[in-house]
Design a binder for this molecule. Structure first.
Ligand code: NDP
Length: 330
């Protein structure tokens, strides 16, 4: 029996969460058939919720957050894994209902683990994280609905955030003309460096459309924001185009109209990364290994340690974190 280091979170009577680094006995690890020596985790929007208020996502406290982890199998009772395998885990409500990646050791179900493609290190797997893997799922959804570079521009909302940054880099590598919508125009050079062909200021999309159809412009949309931005983006999707929707950084409801669906035959693809079955998960990780330029991924990374997380969590909820935070948990 050993010990491990963890960022342990506790919710107070006022629902405010406080987190401290502690050394815990292995007997505190949750049930599971694979124990992972964690190298890196990351910070996603959902992690920000867990670390500040719990966001209604955590049922029992104390808790170890971190919806993503990457590392090496330490021991396994699952025939699909053995000690030394390099693995990544995204979602399955790990970091919410089950202790997650903000610890040097995690115990999980082998069914939740993906073996890392050879080309992706543990650190880069966390630079990708749930945000980047979700960006890939969005791109795959657009492809499956016939969106190709030849059909025209693709809009990415919340472009300087985690999902947005990775989506911009992948789409640009695949040859799309990417329009990056951001509320941070000071990040224009960063977004162009990732491959954006044009920058659209958020304010151009924050006025509710005064008519159900605006001029056709986008072959596809990757939406991480929802709200008015999404309603306006939908009204600009070209005939037969598609929008992949994954996020609600701007609110859960949107003032949209049915008209773009029935007059322009457009499709909205809902993206869930958390409970996605293994086959499309593996497809996404395989495509990430080839379609995400690694030097662009490295340019998105902010390095952090476990004790930085309580300070970073409110920042990601306010949309102040650029790109991807990679957390060295050791
Ligand atoms: P980030 O905070 O990194 O990015 C969100 C971006 O949205 C911000 O950087 C900002 O971009 C923009 N934004 C923030 N607040 C507002 C606002 N009030 N109005 C308009 N734009 C805003 O988060 P992630 O990229 O990690 O996640 C993005 C969203 O996707 C979240 O809602 C998250 O919960 C969701 N998500 C869903 C998944 C799924 O499985 N469906 C998986 C992963 C994430 P900018 O400054 O460029 O405008």
């Amino acid at each position: 029996m050993g010990t491990f280091r963890a960022l342990l979170s506790e919710q107070g009577a006022d629902r405010k969460v406080t987190s401290t680094i502690q050394t815990l006995d292995d007997s505190r690890l949750p049930t599971g058939d694979v124990t992972v020596a964690v190298d890196y985790s990351t910070l996603n929007y959902k992690d920000g919720l867990v670390l500040t208020s719990g966001g209604g996502l955590v049922k029992t406290w104390p808790h170890v957050g971190g919806i993503d982890l990457a590392g090496t199998v330490f021991s396994s009772d699952n025939p699909a894994f053995r000690a030394g395998d390099r693995v990544v885990l995204n979602g399955y409500r790990v970091g919410e209902l089950h202790w997650g990646g903000y610890a040097s050791r995690a115990r999980v179900k082998g069914d939740w683990l993906v073996k890392l493609p050879q080309a992706i290190s543990a650190k880069r797997a966390m630079a990708i994280g749930t945000a980047g893997y979700t960006a890939m799922l969005c791109v795959l959804a657009l492809e499956k609905h016939g969106v190709t570079p030849a059909r025209g521009e693709v809009l990415v909302t919340g472009a300087a955030g985690g999902v947005g940054s990775v989506a911009v880099a992948i789409l640009a590598k695949l040859g799309y003309q990417v329009v990056a919508a951001t509320g941070r125009p000071q990040e224009a050079d960063y977004l162009k460096g990732l491959g954006a062909a044009a920058i659209m200021e958020r304010k151009e999309l924050t006025e509710a459309p005064d008519r159900p159809l605006l001029s056709e412009r986008f072959a596809g949309v990757v939406d991480t924001v929802s709200g008015v931005m999404f309603a306006r983006a939908l009204a600009m999707v070209k005939y037969g185009g598609a929008a992949a929707v994954c996020g609600l950084a701007g609110g859960a409801s949107f003032p949209g109209s049915i008209v773009p669906f029935i007059l322009r035959g457009i499709t909205v693809c809902g993206i869930d990364s958390v409970m996605l079955p293994m086959t499309p998960r593996l497809e996404a990780w395989t495509r990430l290994a080839t379609d995400l330029p690694l030097e662009k991924l490295d340019a998105m990374v902010v390095d952090a340690r476990l004790d930085d997380l309580p300070g970073l969590a409110p920042q990601i909820l306010k949309g102040q974190v650029r790109g991807r935070v990679v957390v060295d948990v050791n």
